[in-house]
Design a protein around this ligand. Sequence first.
Ligand code: MV4
Length: 669
Amino acid sequence: MAYGDGVMKALTTMLVANRGEIAVRVMRTAKAMGMKTVAVYSEADANAQHVREADQSVCIGPAAVAESYLGIEAILDAAQRTGADCIHPGYGFLSENQVFASACEAHGIEFIGPPNGAIEVMGDKARAKRAMIEAGVPCVPGYQGDDQSLVTLVAEAKSVGLPVMVKAAAGGGGRGMRLVHEASELESAIGLAQSEAQNAFGSSELIIEKAVVRPRHVEIQVFADKAGNTVYLGERDCSIQRRHQKVVEESPCPVMTSQLREAMGTAAVEAAKAVGYVGAGTVEFLLDEAGEFYFLEMNTRLQVEHPVTEMVTGYDLVEWQIRVARGEDLPAEQADIDLFGHAIEVRLYAEDPSAGFLPSTGPIKLFATPEGEGVRIDSGVETGDEVTPFYDAMVAKLITYGETREDARLKMRSALRDTALFGPLNNRDFLLDVLDRPDFIHGAATTAFIDDNYGDVFLPPAVSSSDLAVAAATQHVLAMEHHHSQSASVNEELLDWVSMGRVTDTRRYDLGEQTYDVSLVPLSVGEYEVTVNDQTHHVRITDMGDSHVITEIDGLAHRYHYHDEAPATLYLSSDNLSMMLADSTRIPPEAQDAAGGGTITAPMHGQLLSIDVAAGEAVQKGQRIAVLEAMKMQHEIIAPGDGCVVEVAASAGKQIGAGDVIMMLELDE
Ligand code: MV4
């Protein structure tokens, strides 16, 4: 079918060629519009939330993306078997893949995305830039020509003027990019960039641009229907990024004016029209300190951060995509599109900020998020699910809305304080810190924000003695409840407590270098005197649910999320700190034994500090064989019995996931 011929298509069944939060989010709108939904999944995702929420689901292969979510044949086959008449690609994976888009068309399946030609032009920085210059869209001054000889590139860089950005034409999102300050470095930098580009993208083609200093990343959401109507839906400021991964996004951009918005919006619409765009697209610009803007690239998909645009415009962009795919006109004209209030989105990643933001995996023991007016959570996991190492580390997005930017910011702080993710380490505490930085508060953050404010690691705030007092009181109450529920044989400890009223309950938490000895004395039911090293607190447990506890510490009320792994471990999350606390006086010896006899696995995600034995060595029961550091605590891994080391599977200094094999022992009978 040709675009713009006015033909309407009835679309009844949507296959979503994606996973995680975006698959869940897309299916919700499809369902709301009366469509049947089909999920595809890899073997690692057999019980994932997007599969649970779909009407039908089809396994498309093993965990590795190349064998599942990138498998064009298997996905088209799933579409045919389930009668899907359209495919939504989400973001990432096949969303900007021309081969996939045309294969859908060849199979008579509507690809919910732009026409092939638009994907093709925008996928090549040099072609995209030439098309934009032709269309009158402001671009960063530079060179995007065919002559790729070293002599020409160096000469062009000099005439553009240093500093310059050297970018791979086939790259994107910051990959294959380098900044050159000195003329003397040009030749080697360009040579290196060419070989890197060849290796990474199969093409050594480069473009050269004047480097914009401390820009903001401001992108315009555009939408076009098949009749050629094209509009812009305001902007998103995505300046806060870590290594080209967005962390916080918002709309409107804090420094936007109505004149600038109209200029950028018009330029973005021209960009879309120049490539015959259809559907949802995003035109990325750099905005410099003088208020000049420059085209960077166009993303030919629905983006991760689209919810902030939905919040300030009131439109459902997935609904718009479906209407456009059916052949309908855009639901609104430019003159009708207004922005109201302010929206902020943060990305919750399963990663370890204290270890360079390395991905963190494992079972999710608790995922609790707040509900309320002006708070939206887009997530792809629930309590009991698992974060696996195969896919992107983003597990959820929190989006808040307020009348003003400050309203939205305060609402986000409060939403994050009410969020707990236990199991995989995550960036919640980091996000809270970002929200309170002066540059963010003042709307002054540029792309230099993370470098200006943080190094390569983020160290969480220090644990307070009142947090540890709450931990001890919570563990005490849970243990008492457990004894009560097992009342057939009344525990000695409980008997002591009942008959004498007061018995000191002691615990020891090792956190990094520090050891905290905690002693708890019950004063009355739910009321304790808790001493942490030398500091004494008065703790009252005022309310306790399955996953939250409200306490009054020295007269001040606090709310915590918790997850209990009796008898030793308690996950606890305060307003700004997520903790995993293990009471070393209660770690049972059997918990240190490995699951499969001689298979020694990591009890939790962490960094292996040492491996103390080598293959072939004999070990004795109780001997330390490795040390794991997790959440600033050192855990000794001990041999569960006498035997011999068959194989060492992990190495010291490396991150390791919960359940990963450290070594194999052969235990004596
Ligand atoms: C630039 C630039 C400065 N000058 N180009 C990074 C991602 C890719 N989309 C383009 N990027 C940049 N291109 C010129 N001519 C600075 C960046 C940049 C950046 C852009 C957006 C968001 C975050 C960024 C972080 C570092 C550098």
